[in-house]
Design a protein around this ligand. Structure first.
Ligand code: ADP
Ligand code: MG
Length: 271
């Protein structure tokens, strides 16, 4: 892993509601998320988050349900428009991109893997994997090649012509992963991608993801609400609470020097 910053996020804020500017002012005056909601009914999704993601690392965003993880990851490719702040990708501010540039950026820079794998039941495994490339009008021969390569990466080349319902949950999630990889994105975004899996399969997937990352050196942003998973997978972890990042560090740093009582409480549950 190099030390080059691939993504640089500065003071990124998202407020949901029609009075974002007013709420932003209150936030900058130090009001809490709770107080802003009580008095203005605006929801602070992400509160002035700043961090960098390095080229080739697995950067984990970890926090309880409602802490702002999904909002944060969606801000990164502007599936959600930020209220304030900037997101530099190789120095280019995503917030300033026009529609055309943004479309291209989304196609080439980032691919998302979801918790619900959303595979088409009537398509075979390989057809599912090449679907995104088909939408982008990649010629049939090339997309089939790319899809098979991606399936090989997740160990499913033998299953290419089966249908999703013939696969276990873990295998279906690997198909979802292959579909994202087939795009050859610069960053993989994974939002609770393993959260629906059985504990044993989930551990296997965590190991496989680490092995895959060592092979591909892909930059991965991985969301989870499970600290054990975060510690196993992450090169670095950002811990979120109520929309704010409370600590960023390597697993060791977080275990040895928790930033505050909140983080301390979390690490009591580590197995
Ligand atoms: P997480 O992914 O960590 O569970 P989310 O990013 O989904 O958290 O949500 C963060 C906060 O933003 C929550 O308080 C949630 O209710 C709020 N929120 C998320 N999306 C919306 C939306 N579209 N409209 C209003 N509030 C939202
Ligand atoms: Mg979420």
């Amino acid at each position: 892993m190099g030390d080059t910053a691939l993504i640089e996020v500065k003071q990124l804020t998202k407020i949901f509601g029609p009075h974002q500017e007013k709420a932003l002012e209150l936030l900058n005056q130090g009001w809490s998320k709770k107080r802003i909601f009580t008095e203005t009914k605006q929801t602070v999704g992400v509160n002035r988050a700043s961090f960098t993601v390095k080229e080739g690392e697995i950067f984990v965003i970890m926090g309880l349900s409602g802490s702002g993880k999904s909002t944060l990851i969606r801000l990164l490719n502007r599936l959600i428009e930020p209220t304030d702040g900037s997101i530099l990708f190789r120095g280019e501010n995503i917030v300033d991109m026009n529609e055309e540039r943004l479309r291209e950026f989304r196609r080439t820079a980032m691919s998302m893997v979801f918790q619900k794998f959303a595979l088409f039941p009537h398509k075979t495994v390989v057809q599912n994997v090449e679907f995104g490339l088909e939408v982008q009008k990649v010629p049939a021969k090339i997309r089939r090649e790319k899809a098979r390569e991606a399936l090989a990466l997740v160990g499913l080349e033998e299953w290419a012509d089966q249908y999703p319902d013939q696969l276990s949950g873990g295998m279906q999630q690997r198909v979802g992963l292959a579909r994202a990889l087939a795009n050859s994105p610069q960053v993989l975004l994974m939002d609770e991608a393993f959260s629906a899996l059985d504990p044993m399969i989930r551990k296997d997937m965590q190991e496989e993801l680490r092995e895959l990352q060592e092979k591909l050196k892909k930059t991965i942003i991985f969301i989870t609400h499970d600290l054990n998973e975060a510690l196993r997978i992450g090169d670095r972890i950002a811990l979120m609470k109520d929309g704010s990042i409370v600590q960023i560090g390597t697993p060791e740093e977080i275990m040895i020097t928790p930033a505050n009582e909140y983080v301390e409480k979390f690490i009591e549950d580590v197995d």
